[in-house]
Design a protein around this ligand. Sequence first.
Ligand SMILES: Cc1cc2nc3c(=O)[nH]c(=O)nc-3n(C[C@H](O)[C@H](O)[C@H](O)COP(=O)(O)OP(=O)(O)OC[C@H]3O[C@@H](n4cnc5c(N)ncnc54)[C@H](O)[C@@H]3O)c2cc1C
Length: 393
Amino acid sequence: MGYVEASDLKDLVLLGGGHSHVGVLKRFGERPFPGVRLTAICRDVRTPYSGMLPGLIAGHYTFDDAHIDLEPLCRFAGARLYHDEAIALDLAERKVVCKSRPPIRYDLLSINIGSTPETPDVPGAAGSVVLVKPIQQFIARWEALCHRVLSREGPMRIGVVGAGAGGVEILLAVQFRLGRLLAAHGRRADHLQYYLFSDTGRILPTHNARTRRIFERILAKRRVRVLTGHRVVEVADGRLRRADGGEYVLDEILWATAARAAQWLAQSGLAVDDRGFVEVADTLQSLSHPNVFAAGDIAALVNHPLPKSGVFAVREGKALEQNLRRALSGHPLAPFRPQRQSLSLISTGDRHAVASRNGWALEGRLLWRWKDWIDRRFIRAYRELPDVPARGG
Ligand SMILES: Cc1cc2nc3c(=O)[nH]c(=O)nc-3n(C[C@H](O)[C@H](O)[C@H](O)COP(=O)(O)OP(=O)(O)OC[C@H]3O[C@@H](n4cnc5c(N)ncnc54)[C@H](O)[C@@H]3O)c2cc1C
């Protein structure tokens, strides 16, 4: 392999270290692309693996168990790692604008920065609720919440807003962990009351009826008050108000509603959908800027709308890596064909899980063990990296 002049290098910049980009980095490490300078920019060097987050909250995993360290992964991929947060794009000059360092130029840009729960139109919510994403912030606030619970004696009401899989899983994980923490201090958890709020008529609206019935039973058994069918319209002084006028006094409010996108993407001039997600073609290329790709939660696949889930972000990673290679070498790109039906494994906090697919659902401890095995295997693939291959040029 001949040497490549610095001026001939093509700059591939990976913005965000989400589930798709960790796959891209690993595959570029396994099969380096001569003449391409790879740069990863990420706000968090330890990137969370979504499948293990409820288990982390429930206390089954440590922080390390549930996170991928981007440093060794980037070293393996031969990529520069910039620990920084992007705040804008200069699409005309092909630059990523970051909080702390000078703008970073790209020939090809790929965006995989995830999403955050939607709160902006609920007065009082911003600042007074605990958002479940970004996860790093949530983990810090979760530890503070645990301390508050331990230091209090009287009744305490904990509400989770959002009854999709994320909200239900988080609530059950929180309940399990707080129960264990109190028991470890010789205390009971009867004074803790749990509420689950949803604006949809039922919990888990994107899952099948059997899955919903299983979770309705589990939530009832675990004395969670489920309040569906009305939007939360205001949060003020520990009071949560719903559209039907109902008011609930809560000590802690966790926010796990539908996802929204970072606003600076739309402001930068990229084509985005009505919720701010980057509109991409089947090739994962931006509809407005073909030298920009997006995958995971932040991407809106216009021809095949997909749920915001780590599973799809992982699957897109493979197609993304191949199309980035094709784009770099000037070959035609191939479409990503999402496999619509995916198995979801939703944990219930207490080392049980529910498997849901098409019209069926199963539950049990074995499913948790299976999920645990799948998740640990995923993480191991990024932890146990082969020795860095010798690179020419
Ligand atoms: C409580 C909860 C439980 C969930 N459980 C599951 C589950 O069991 N299975 C499942 O499939 N999905 C689950 N999900 C959904 C899942 O978390 C998301 O769909 C998934 O994380 C999306 O992956 P991603 O790769 O798009 O982005 P993320 O995983 O969110 O990664 C984005 C990365 O980009 C970085 N980043 C963000 N903004 C910037 C910026 N401006 N500049 C630089 N870097 C940035 C972040 O630090 C992060 O490393 C759950 C979600 C929640 C809230």
